[in-house]
Design a protein around this ligand. Structure first.
Ligand SMILES: NC(=O)C1=CN([C@@H]2O[C@H](COP(=O)(O)OP(=O)(O)OC[C@H]3O[C@@H](n4cnc5c(N)ncnc54)[C@H](O)[C@@H]3O)[C@@H](O)[C@H]2O)C=CC1
Ligand SMILES: O=C([O-])CC(=O)C(=O)O
Length: 344
């Protein structure tokens, strides 16, 4: 028994030495990732997932309070990234300086009965202030906006950056990856397919009917009925609400969102590092439709967005969904722009 234990300790220490050698010889460039809202429900697991990402060399964690604890905790994980915690406004500049990617899950989450738009009054101001600091301290960073309502917070960020003279539409992203994660899960389960092999583009925006999964373009194609597709569409659109109700007043999706946020940030880092063919759906400045911002598949590269893909052929059901979502999405985008212009 004792010999067996010794052997496993020895093999563990051998493998960790091997791991250290691996990290030292990594050819990945230095990359600083900053999480704003790092002590929150999304921020904590997302910070951990970014600490596990070998593409990150510096992980900067900022929140109004609680970050020293989260940073100390994360810093003990034996992976490449060096972790720094910052709290309070006066440390925001240091947290942001030199960032390659800034992830923003700062702000309040929904409670049952609320829409994402009900968060606007509080989160709009938070996002505006944080983006003002991004423009000042790391104007070239890729910004991954998670704070809701994404359909309005991304336009707010764009206006803040325009005012600061730093706006580059290729570097601003609304994170809609959770919609894709959900669409993949629900579709694979219904179709009886291995979920790792499934892909489903999701376009539009990130709230209710503005979330439009394109199951007609899902891979692999399964022979599902129209009624199944309608149910899957509705479930994807209401996925956030499903979690809000299940949490019964204790917030919204945090773990699945952290996973989705980590996938999207990883794609941004791969793009920056020159990895070819990195494609994810994201809510970006776009001319795919007549709306100024729209989520669709984008290819990520050394400057952020390298290419925005069109919508492809839609089914009649998806085409109807597209026309219906434009009204709400347009209003949410305009609300964000108007807020930012009025509060400049
Ligand atoms: N894009 C998406 O798919 C999703 C977006 N969300 C949104 O993400 C946001 C955060 O959700 P949770 O983490 O669950 O909320 P939470 O309340 O658990 O955490 C938010 C964190 O933001 C911090 N914060 C507030 N103001 C700040 C400021 N000015 N600077 C820095 N940090 C600040 C808070 O101190 C808190 O730690 C919400 O707006 C939520 O609706 C949530 C799930 C999915
Ligand atoms: O539903 C919410 O409020 C949070 C969110 O955006 C999501 O889970 O998709």
């Amino acid at each position: 028994m004792r010999t067996q234990m010794l052997r496993s300790v020895q093999s563990a220490s051998k493998s960790s030495k091997f791991a250290i050698r691996n990290y030292a010889s990594t050819s990945n460039p230095e990359r600083k990732v900053t999480v704003l809202g790092a002590a929150g429900g999304i921020g904590q697991p997302l910070s951990m997932l970014m600490k596990l990402n070998p593409l990150v060399s510096t992980l900067s964690l900022y929140d109004l309070a609680g970050t020293p604890g989260v940073a100390a905790d994360c810093s003990h994980i034996n992976t490449r990234a060096q972790v720094f915690g910052y709290a309070e406004d006066k440390e925001l500049g240091k947290a942001l300086e030199g960032s390659d990617v800034v992830i923003i899950p700062a702000g309040v989450p929904r409670k049952p009965g609320m829409t994402r738009d009900d968060l606007f009054n509080i989160n709009a101001g938070i996002v505006k202030n944080l983006c003002t600091a991004v423009a000042k301290y790391c104007p070239n960073a890729l910004v991954n906006m998670i704070s809701n309502p994404v359909n309005s917070t991304v336009p707010i960020a764009s206006e803040v950056f325009k005012k600061a003279g730093t706006y580059d539409p290729k570097r601003l992203f609304g994170v809609t990856t959770l919609d894709v994660v959900r669409a993949k899960t629900f579709y694979a389960t219904k179709a009886g397919l291995p979920v790792e092999e499934v892909n489903v583009p999701v376009v539009g925006g990130h709230a209710g009917i503005t979330i439009l999964p394109l199951f007609s373009q899902a891979h692999p194609q399964a022979n599902l009925s129209e009624s199944d597709i309608e149910k899957l569409t509705k479930r994807t659109q209401d996925g956030g609400t499903e979690v809000v109700e299940a949490k019964a007043g204790k917030g919204s999706a945090t773990l699945s969102m952290a996973y989705a946020g980590a996938i999207f940030a990883d794609a941004c880092l791969k793009g920056l590092n020159g990895v070819p063919d990195v494609v994810e759906c994201s809510f970006v400045e776009s001319n795919v439709t007549e709306l100024p911002f729209f989520a669709s598949k984008v290819r990520l590269g050394k400057n952020g967005v390298e290419e925005i893909y069109g919508l492809g052929t839609l089914s009649d059901y998806e085409q109807k969904g597209l026309e219906a979502l434009k009204v709400e999405l347009k209003a949410s985008i305009e609300k964000g722009i108007e807020f930012a212009r009025k509060n400049n």
